[in-house]
Ligand binder design. Sequence first.
Ligand SMILES: NC(=O)C1=CN([C@@H]2O[C@H](COP(=O)(O)OP(=O)(O)OC[C@H]3O[C@@H](n4cnc5c(N)ncnc54)[C@H](O)[C@@H]3O)[C@@H](O)[C@H]2O)C=CC1
Ligand SMILES: O=C(O)[C@@H]1CCC=N1
Length: 255
Amino acid sequence: MKIAVIGVGQMGSAIIKGLLNQHEDDIIGMNPVNPRVSKFAQEAGFRLVNSSEEVVSKKPAVVIITTPAKVTLAVLEELAALPAHTVIISAAAGIRLADIAAILPTNPLAAIIPNIPVAVNAGTIGLALGGHVMAPAFDKINHVLTPLGEIIRVPESQLGIVGTIGGCGPAFVDVLMDALGDAGVKYGLNRSTAYRLAASMVNGSGKLALQTGLTPAQLRDQVTSPGGTTIRGVEALEKNGFRYAVMDAVNKANG
Ligand SMILES: NC(=O)C1=CN([C@@H]2O[C@H](COP(=O)(O)OP(=O)(O)OC[C@H]3O[C@@H](n4cnc5c(N)ncnc54)[C@H](O)[C@@H]3O)[C@@H](O)[C@H]2O)C=CC1
Ligand SMILES: O=C(O)[C@@H]1CCC=N1
C-alpha cells in the first residue's frame, strides 16, 4: 500500500520505522530539505520528497500527517488536490477533524495520537474516526495502524486525554527510568546495567498488567510483602507526593 508520511521529525520517523519493520515497502516521506531527514531516508530505505505537489502526484492510498500543529492546516491546503479515496490520518495534536474536513471535505479522515514506541511496533495509538470512513477506508486505517501498536478507539472529545497519557506518557516514564538509573548508579551499578534494569522492569510490569487484566493496586499488593521492603518504598512515594506529581503532570500536559 502506498503510504505518505508528511513531516519526518520524531513522530514521522517513528511511524516510518514501525512501518518498515512490517515490510511496508511503498513509503513516501515528505519534509522540507533537511540533511537529517535525507540521511534517515537513505539509511532506512524509503522515498523522500520535498513538496506536497510530489505527494499529490503519487496518489497515495493513505497520508499520515505528522507536521507541527501550527503548519498543519497550511500543509492540508497544499494536499487538497489528493484523490477523494486517499485516507487522511492526522497525528497533529490539537488539530480537529472539523478543521481538516473544511479543507478536505470528501476524503475519509481519522485523527490519531500515537506515541514514540510505534518505532518498535509497541505503540499506543488513540484513534478517532471522522467523516467518510466506510469499510474500505476503515480497512486501510487498520492495515496501517494495527502493526504499529495497540489502538485505543475513542470519540474525538477524548482524544486529548488519551494523547496526554498515551502520547506524553513515555516521557513521564522516561523520567522515572532515569531516576531509577541514577539510584542504581548510587548503589554501585554501572549506568548501562542500571538503565537496562529499569527498562526491563517497566516493560515487564506493563506486560503483566495487560496480560492479567489486574488493576495496578492488585499488582502492587502482589509485590508488597507484609513487613517487607517494598511497602517502605511505597510509603516514601506517598510521602513525597508521587501520585499527585503524576496527576499534575497530566493536568499540565492536558491543559
Ligand atoms: N513526538 C511525539 O511523541 C508525538 C508527536 N505528535 C504530533 O506529531 C507532530 C510532530 O511532532 P514531532 O515529530 O515531535 O515534531 P518534530 O519537530 O520532531 O517534527 C516535525 C517535522 O515536520 C517537518 N515540517 C515542518 N514544516 C513542514 C511542512 N510544511 N511540511 C512538511 N514537513 C514539515 C519538520 O522539518 C520536522 O521534521 C506534532 O503535531 C505533534 O503534536 C503526536 C503524538 C506524539
Ligand atoms: O509534546 C507534544 O506536544 C506531543 C503531543 C503528544 C506527545 N508529544
